[in-house]
Design a protein around this ligand. Structure first.
Ligand code: ASP
Length: 315
């Protein structure tokens, strides 16, 4: 594997190999006081972020450091980008300094793909506009495997702002590749045109199902994945009010009770508590939100390992 740009490019075998590596790394670090493996000693990872981030950026940095790579963080707002430098020139500058891997987050869909065409380094997409966020989908899959054993034959209900969500796109691709059924629940204004057919983009895929009634969907769900309402990507009003959104699509305690006993609640963060998810639900043992964050480090270690250390074993 040379780059990780999209979960749509990940065959089942490659996705499973990444998840297995993440699990093995997690086990090997369990109970250790010192979180350090020598695997990526001498390698340089640059995170290049043109958008804000808490979880993704910190967890790539921690993942690189736990693997002994040298990690350099660049925020566009504090770099020569503010002086007018193009993405291409910034990327060539980093490559010339010896970066082995660039982890990029950018508001433009397709930015990571462009970068991968230009520079000789490995490229990891850490979120490009509303297009893809592959490591988020991988850490979600790792968390679901931990809680449910397998994704094969499971039903995952994705709720909320699908229209603007790279998390939804990456998850739909990966969940279907791993054999899950995906059901989308959202206000009609927050569902992209033709979304039913997204699942059939996969080699052996099938359509996703779509509805607007969360209460009806919950009893048949193995996992409910809430999405953030992405106001920063909205031009105009997509629903009447936060209160109405919450009444129709918020995961309340009453709705939690409609889920089967084994079902798990996910949210990629940052959460809008009280609107997308009730405080008590977010903090309940049914929610795996902290586990998602924890698995994010191991998944990103696995991705760095597969890109930078294990190329010869990869298809
Ligand atoms: N953190 C995720 C992302 O960067 C989800 C979100 O921001 O809503 O896409």
């Amino acid at each position: 594997m040379r780059h990780l740009l999209s979960t749509a490019d990940l065959p089942r075998q490659a996705a499973t190999a990444l998840l297995d590596t993440a699990e093995a790394l997690k086990k090997s670090l369990l109970g250790r006081e010192v979180h350090k493996l020598p695997t990526l000693r001498g390698r340089t990872v640059v995170t290049l972020f043109y958008e804000q981030s808490t979880r993704t950026r910190a967890s790539f940095e921690i993942a690189g450091k736990w693997m002994s790579a040298d990690v350099v963080n660049i925020s566009a707002g504090e770099s020569s980008v503010t002086k007018g430098e193009s993405l291409r020139d910034t990327a060539f500058t980093l490559a010339a300094m010896g970066a082995d891997c660039v982890v990029i987050r950018h508001p433009a869909s397709g930015a990571a793909h462009r970068l991968a065409d230009w520079v000789p380094t490995h490229v990891i997409n850490a979120g490009d506009g509303s297009h893809q966020h592959p490591t988020q989908a991988l850490l979600d899959a790792a968390t679901l495997r931990d809680r449910l054993g397998t994704l094969n034959g499971r039903t995952v209900t994705i709720v909320g702002d699908v229209l603007h969500s790279r998390v939804a796109r990456s998850n739909i691709d990966l969940l279907i590749t791993l054999g899950a059924h995906v059901h989308l629940v959202a206000p009609p204004t927050l569902l992209p045109w033709g979304v039913e057919n997204w699942g059939i983009r996969q080699a052996h895929g099938w359509p996703v199902t779509v509805g607007h009634d969360l209460d009806a969907a919950l009893p048949g769900t193995d996992a409910v994945m809430l999405l953030r309402v992405q106001a920063e990507r909205m031009r105009g009003q997509f629903f009447p009010s936060a209160r109405e959104y919450s009444i129709n699509y918020g995961l309340t305690e009453a709705r939690l009770a409609l889920l089967p006993e084994h079902a798990v609640v996910l949210h990629p963060g940052p959460m809008l508590r009280g609107m997308e998810i009730a405080h008590s639900v977010a903090d309940s043992p049914r929610a795996a939100i902290t586990e998602q964050v924890r698995n994010g480090v191991h998944v990103r270690m696995a991705v760095l390992y597969h890109l930078l250390a294990a190329q010869e074993d990869q298809p």
